[in-house]
Every structure is written in structure tokens, then in C-alpha cells.
Design a protein around this ligand. Sequence first.
Ligand SMILES: [Cu+2]
Length: 323
Amino acid sequence: MRKNTYTFMKTAIRGVALLLAAGLVFSVQQASAKTVKVHMVAKETEIAIDNKGTKYPAWTFDGTVPGQVVRVTEGDIVDFELVNPKENKNSHSIDFHAAEVDVLGEFAPVKPGNTKHFKFKAKRAGVWMYHCGAPTMAQHIARGMYGIIIVDPKEGYNKKYPKPDREYVLIQGQYFPNADDKQAMIENRGWAGALINGKMFHYDPVHDPDASLVLQSKPGERVRIYFVNANINMPVAFHPIAGIWDRVYLNGNPENQLEDMATYNVAVSEAVTTDIVSPADRPTNNAIVDHTMSAAMRGAITVLMNKPDADPEAGKGDNILLR
Ligand SMILES: [Cu+2]
């Protein structure tokens, strides 16, 4: 009897201690979660589609293709506002792949002159596409309404998810020269270019003498790429020429991890995080490509230079999507 009472007391004390510990962890997490305001304006405007400055009648978030990089931490609340100015001719919308909401509510089209406001909790770590979903969706994406939302894991970095030395965002899209031909976009007819962050051969001075930007790192650094396939109809064979993906995090989640990959096949609308570590003992270059030749030769080649005098600011802080 006394032994039973003692065991009961011990179990009760342990239970209370566990509850206290759980409460502490919970309150720490609560305290670190924050609300992040994200404001976007749908803009129907001309943009440059290549390094020469060839104009294209784009539909955009905030006047750029892709739209702004949205970056939050797992557990944060995204407080979002989309303005569709009355000057626009079309309804637009937003579809965040990181949100679990109502497609007929939060994601519904917004008419010109109206504003949409909603909040969602970024519950799951990873990288996710966002895009306009207003009809005809193929046309709204093809004309430029897409971007990335990065939800960093609340645990932060660890052995399984090492801190990168540099980070870059690459978003691939398809260029359809006839911006009005929705049917061609749906049927994948007549696409003439592969866009990387909105331009063909954006970071490839080897194939385009007008290209002025490249990705940079120092030899031996861990470079983390956040990649989105914003194509209309084409998967992407994502491959670093003269390199190997040290790790591939499916959907950007550290729990979904592959190692030592040559090529990772990225579905339409899929986002993925990949790490590459160059040899530490000499300068090298990689060409990060869509190994699908019809895409590579139309613009999906990105040069990564690994050199001792790499720009110390490149791929750091807010400087991860080069424009
Ligand atoms: Cu739109």
C-alpha cells in the first residue's frame, strides 16, 4: 500500500514536471512566432524578358518577375494583402502553396479596384511556389505572376540541415512570345524561351554576352539553392554541371532529404532546396541547368563561379534573388 502511494506520487510529480516543461517549450515557441506583413500590388506592365532588354507585356506582382521573396519562419502568421489597382484590365489572385485555406475564399480572384486581405499560419517548413490563380491560370503564370515563399524550419540549423554559406533563389518559367494566345500556353505550343528569374540566360555570360550577373561563392562553400518550377507544362531536370547535389531537400523540408544526387526531377509547381559544395582547393565553375535540352538551349543555364575573390555580399541576407 505504501509502495503504491509512493509510486503514484512519483508518477504524479514526473507528470507535473513534464507538463511544466512542455508548457515552457510551448510558450517559447509562442513567443518566437511572429506576424509578417506581406503587401503586393498586381501590376500589368512591360518588363525585359532577356539581357538585351526585349520588352514583353507582363502581368506581375509588384512589377517584377518573379515577385518578391517572401521569407518567414515555421509557425509565423502571414498577414497578406493583394491590391488590384483599378487601372488593370484583369482580375488577379494569389495562391500560396504554403497556405492551408479555402481555394474559393482566400485564393479567389480580385477584380480591378479591389483589395484582398487574409492571414494564414505557415505551419510547415519548406519552400513553396506562389502564383496568381485567376482564369486563365496558364496565362497568368506564363505572363509572370509567380514567386517563392520560404518557410525556414523553427529548429534552425543543425547537423542534418547545415547552415549554408550562400543562398540563391532560382525560379524557372516558360516564355510564350504571343502573350494573348492562352490556348497555346495550355497546349504547350510555341514556347520560345526558358526564363530564369524572368530572363533567358539571365546569369550565363558564356551563352549570352549581354548577361552581366552570375552566382558566386568561394571554393568549398556550401551554396543553397531554393528552386521553383514555374513552368506551365514542363518538368525540370535540375542538374549542376561539373558538380553533384550534396543534398536535395524535397519541398525544402529538412526531413525529406536525399544525398549525392546528379539530377533531381522537379514537377510543375514543385519547389525544392538543393545544396552544392565546390572543391575547396581550387577555383571552379558550375553550370546549373535544366538538363532537358529544349529548356537548357533556350535559356535555362545559370553559371555559379566558385572563386577566392567572390563578392562577400552575394548570396547573403536579402541579396539572394539577383536582379
Ligand atoms: Cu493574375
